[in-house]
Design a protein around this ligand. Sequence first.
Ligand SMILES: Nc1ncnc2c1ncn2[C@@H]1O[C@H](COP(=O)(O)OP(=O)(O)OP(=O)(O)O)[C@@H](O)[C@H]1O
Ligand SMILES: [Mg+2]
Length: 402
Amino acid sequence: MPPPPWLPPPPVPPSTKGRLGAAVTRLILTDFRCYASLRVIVEPRSVVLTGPNGAGKTNLLEALSFLAPGKGLRRAAIAEVARRGPGLTAAAGDGGWAVAARVSPVEGPPVDLGTGREPGPLDRPGSDRRVVRVDGEAASGQGVLGERLSVLWLTPDMDGLFRGGASDRRRFLDRLVTALDPDHASRANAYAHAQRERARLLREGRGTDAWLAGLEDAMARHGVALGAARRELVERLSASVSRAVGSFPRAGLALESEVDQWLAEGPALAAEDRLRDALASSRRRDAQVGGAAHGPHRDDLLVRHGPKDLPAGQASTGEQKAVLIALLLAQARVQAGTRTGAPLLLLDDVSAHLDEGRRSTLFEALDGLGVQAWVTGTDRQSFESWEKSAQFLRIEEASVVE
Ligand SMILES: Nc1ncnc2c1ncn2[C@@H]1O[C@H](COP(=O)(O)OP(=O)(O)OP(=O)(O)O)[C@@H](O)[C@H]1O
Ligand SMILES: [Mg+2]
């Protein structure tokens, strides 16, 4: 029922106005990496974490990355994350940890997300499972996290993304797809499972025709769905990244992918048939060589530095970082207005390789998009141009000192 006309409209909290993505306003860590316990309250705008090497800055970003489904920004095993120290080993039978956050979405009331590992010995069944709570209620899987919040990150480990192997680029691409469509992760898992089973049967030489055909059918159905989701994301992202943002270059994106080519040539069902046939006729080769000669596990994401018209891998270190940031900003624009809104951005050591001009453009772009970014660096000077709009936390020896 609409409110009576004589009542003034409810006030919009100033902090949510113009925001396009969810923001974390409270973070509580328990036995997480170097943190025995930490409680941080912030406003729903960007946060800069500074402090010396080893203070715990990246660990804090990693904790935030666990608010999304998956293995977090270090891709760590779940037990590795539990705090270690004298008399405190995971093997000693504890190994529990928790991350709890209050998330303020673009619209609607705040939601409390929690995740972690229940304390207990590592050999207990299910002890490698990450538990999830939404508003205090246990959830059956991590999927619900992706429906509430989307989180993306950039870490120094990704500096070589354009020069390294295709699997890292595929993983990066799939993370972008999943941020927009949380179901993508289960598609990818279903495909990988069928692919592993088929490879095992071929290696052991025990698969009957029907058994192999069943697995190839699963690979074809999930593989084409996977390819179609990648294709759609690359199309949307291409449109968004085709214009420069300040000193962040425009970039060109393309998929190098058999399935993508088939999808360009005809309907998805025809692409499934082609993948099914290609797999069936490569059994002998796959049995000898291992793996599978066809399928989206061979895809690559090709990225070009727009103004230089060069493959991104041939641009300078700083230019490559600028392209990566341009991709994340483009993704944030694509996600704005969707169910989870623009992602929370975790930018670890982001000022390394960025000159002063690019740093200030980045901060302006993040403010302009209305996303909450959590950014780390060793010294505060690199963030001078952000003093007015970001909040600063100094971390030393696993505590917030300012
Ligand atoms: N499971 C764990 N238990 C306890 N301490 C840990 C655990 N894992 C990592 N650490 C410690 O956490 C500390 C902080 O690491 P972190 O990577 O967050 O530092 P940082 O502030 O990002 O430093 P840098 O500026 O060098 O990147 C390190 O000294 C590391 O050894
Ligand atoms: Mg670090």
